[in-house]
Design a protein around this ligand. Structure first.
Ligand SMILES: NC(=O)c1ccc[n+]([C@@H]2O[C@H](COP(=O)([O-])OP(=O)(O)OC[C@H]3O[C@@H](n4cnc5c(N)ncnc54)[C@H](OP(=O)(O)O)[C@@H]3O)[C@@H](O)[C@H]2O)c1
Length: 297
């Protein structure tokens, strides 16, 4: 099959389409013929070598952590999904003609492939953060970085739970935040007082999706340090906030079922920027986070 790959660390110029071994669904997995795959920050971190700990690259690297497509192999022990079903989900090396998914949900028929592809990582991450924070109807929460891939999913999923959401972004994204139901505040210096003013009362939980604001500032907004959950500031645990990287605290199948339902109900709308590559036989390309690449073949 064809897959996006790299054999040296660097910028986007190291990426190329090439032949790759066919993956197969192991126990508990499915394989899909990929129709679209999204790009998340972890993709650039991978090919830039940020995750390598300073070690040189060994072998060939592949990209992609979520995708949407048509099931063509069902692994041992998997029930409830059949060859030919249209799904979205999470896996590894999804920027390819075929990809193995570890978790998935039926793709709502009303949602196009690119949006479905962009739902996996962002949706699961948002579900995880909101669940860890126990966000419920009537809560007021602050999402720091609300206009990004994970943030916009978190904003809309929190609103679907009945919470009131204050979210930070650049000025340019304030209209977008209003559109998805959040009260926007500018991030950066002074963000704490802007959130307090917007909340007009206690903030029940803080979801740090950007990892840019000093964790002490975020903790000062929350009723207790553990009511700050971050996906992007791995040092935040030292101050008492909770860091989640999506291991034992992830419930991906349940999360993706919820995400698919919200997509079908139009309660979760994912803003996508679509890129197609001209590389045959799988015209796909890479884009920034929360965007998708669609395979038009
Ligand atoms: N731990 C996990 O399980 C997990 C899972 C998924 C992602 N992540 C990580 O989480 C981070 C965000 O991912 P993403 O997909 O949401 O990225 P993204 O789509 O690139 O969004 C990042 C957002 O951060 C905002 N931002 C920039 N500077 C900021 C600041 N000073 N304060 C607050 N927000 C700021 C940006 O807002 P503007 O666009 O308005 O400037 C942008 O919307 C990445 O580091 C990613 O690797 C972790």
């Amino acid at each position: 099959m064809r897959a996006l790959q790299f054999t040296a660390y660097g910028g986007p110029e190291v990426l190329e389409w090439g032949d790759a071994p066919d993956p197969h669904a192991g126990p508990g997995q499915i394989r899909i013929a990929v129709r679209a795959a999204s790009v998340n920050p972890i993709d650039w971190k991978s090919f830039a070598g940020v995750l390598s700990g300073g070690q040189p690259i060994v072998g060939t690297g592949y990209l992609g952590y979520d995708a949407a497509g048509v099931v063509d192999e069902v692994g041992e022990g998997v029930t409830g999904v059949s060859v030919g079903d249209e799904v979205l989900g999470r896996g590894r090396n999804t920027q390819a003609e075929y990809a193995v998914l570890d978790s998935w949900a039926a793709k709502p028929s009303s949602i196009d492939w690119a949006v479905a592809a962009a739902a996996g990582v962002a949706g699961e991450t948002a579900e995880r953060g909101l669940r860890l924070l126990d966000v419920k109807a009537g809560d007021t929460i602050f999402v720091d970085g609300g206009a990004g891939g994970g943030g916009a999913a978190a904003v809309q999923m929190a609103i679907a739970l009945g919470a009131r959401v204050i979210a930070s972004s650049s000025e340019a994204n304030h209209d977008y935040l209003r559109e998805i139901g959040a009260t926007p505040v500018l991030y950066g210096e002074g963000v704490v007082s802007r959130v307090r003013a917007a909340a007009g009362g206690p903030v029940d939980a803080v979801f740090d999706v950007a990892g840019k604001t000093p964790v002490e500032d975020l903790i000062s907004l929350a009723p207790e340090p553990s009511q700050v959950v971050t996906i992007a500031n791995y040092a935040a645990g030292q101050a008492g906030a909770r860091v989640t990287g999506g291991g034992a605290d992830s419930r991906p199948m349940a999360a993706l079922a919820q995400v698919a339902e919200l997509l079908a109900q139009n309660k979760l709308v994912i803003r996508c920027r679509l890129f197609r590559s001209t590389a045959p036989p799988m015209p796909t390309a890479s884009v920034r986070a929360a965007t998708s690449a669609e395979n038009s073949s």
